[in-house]
Design a protein around this ligand. Structure first.
Ligand code: UDP
Ligand code: MG
Length: 324
């Protein structure tokens, strides 16, 4: 029987953990022919979250927990979980029951149809203020405009990933992680299912606007070097205009003279230096972008099949081949 891991990152979630366990259990019982494990990641909680995880494990050996040494944030908690899950597939789900576990059976169905990444897209975002909704929509629009990789809008981390995707994600070891972008980046066959996102069952959100803003910056800067390119582009345009203006000042001064002494030479020098500086910044930016991309040391590509054969990622990883 195939094993499905359910990965739950949790940070101060004592109020919902039992409730989540009950709901997951109910869902799992109704899905025959599969084995399940639950992998809780305690992301440095300050409340009784770890204690609850331990007590769940005592009564149910399908429960596993990983206790991180401090709060690393959800992105890191997720990769920690992915490192430990044993399943043929993993379902990543929030601890707060905003992602209805009932969708898992639908995800498994998609998985059996041959999809590798079945993600849940929000039809609605109940319990979220209009500010959060509209900032989210602006963020997605900017990100989409800056990159050629297809971005899944209004999609969280709630999804089922095939083992191949897990292994692919595990090769992306960058410390500043934007996991939503990584799901897009690794590719593979994706299927979308729609759902209504519930409000939190209990407890409070771990995000505030500062954290969300940071995540947005993280998303844009770790996903694309477009902002760097923007500085190169604007630098070139401004310096071209500056050099044209220099030409005009020189010609005008030669033909008609200049009333203010020193104006022409001063202006020429200022514009020339400014233009050169902007150009150099742009060039440095281009190289910086390359360094940035290389330091991530990402694999160049992943293969879905070879001659119609889905080869397993694990065996090939030993030889460090990026074939799956
Ligand atoms: N989370 C985490 N570490 C953090 C912040 C959040 O593991 O530093 C977990 C949290 O316990 C929850 C999930 O990430 O399971 C989503 O967090 P939250 O519900 O606060 O975010 P929101 O749903 O408001 O976007
Ligand atoms: Mg939530």
């Amino acid at each position: 029987m195939k094993l499905i891991s359910i990965l739950i990152p949790a940070f101060n979630e004592e109020e919902v953990l039992y409730q989540l366990y009950e709901r997951l259990n109910k869902v799992i019982e109704q899905i025959p022919y599969y084995r399940f494990e639950m992998v809780f990641v305690n992301d440095g909680s300050k409340d009784n979250t770890l204690f609850i995880m331990k007590s769940l494990r005592e009564n149910d050996n399908r429960v596993n927990y990983i206790d991180l040494s401090r709060n690393f944030g959800k992105e890191v908690a997720m990769i920690a979980g992915l490192d430990y899950v044993k399943g043929d597939a993993v379902v990543i789900i929030d601890a707060d029951l905003q992602d209805p576990p009932e969708l898992i059976s639908q995800m498994i169905q998609g998985w059996e149809e041959g999809y590798d990444d079945i993600y849940a897209k929000r039809k609605s975002r109940s319990g979220e203020s209009w500010i959060k909704k509209s900032t989210a929509s602006i963020f997605y629009r900017v990100l989409k405009g800056l990159t050629r990789i297809p971005i899944q809008e209004n999609t969280g981390d709630f999804r089922l990933l095939d083992r191949r995707c897990i292994e692919a994600l595990k090769t992306l070891r960058e410390t500043q992680r934007y996991t939503k972008g990584m799901f897009s980046w690794i590719g593979f066959h994706k299927q979308e299912i729609m759902f209504d996102r519930d409000a939190r069952a209990a407890g409070s959100t771990k995000w505030n606007y500062l954290k969300l803003f940071n995540l947005a910056i993280e998303g844009i800067t770790s996903f694309t070097t477009a902002p760097l390119r923007l500085s190169a582009l604007s630098g070139s345009i401004i310096s071209i205009i500056a050099f044209l203006y220099i030409g005009w000042i020189v010609i005008k001064t030669l033909l008609f003279g200049e009333d203010v002494a020193g104006y022409a030479s001063l202006m020429t020098v200022v514009l020339f230096l400014g233009g050169i500086q902007l150009l150099s910044l742009g060039i440095i930016g281009e190289y910086l972008g390359r360094v940035f991309n290389e330091t991530k040391q990402r694999p160049l590509y992943f293969v879905v099949e070879y001659n119609g054969e889905k080869s397993s990622f694990r065996e090939n990883m030993k030889e460090k081949l990026p074939i799956l």
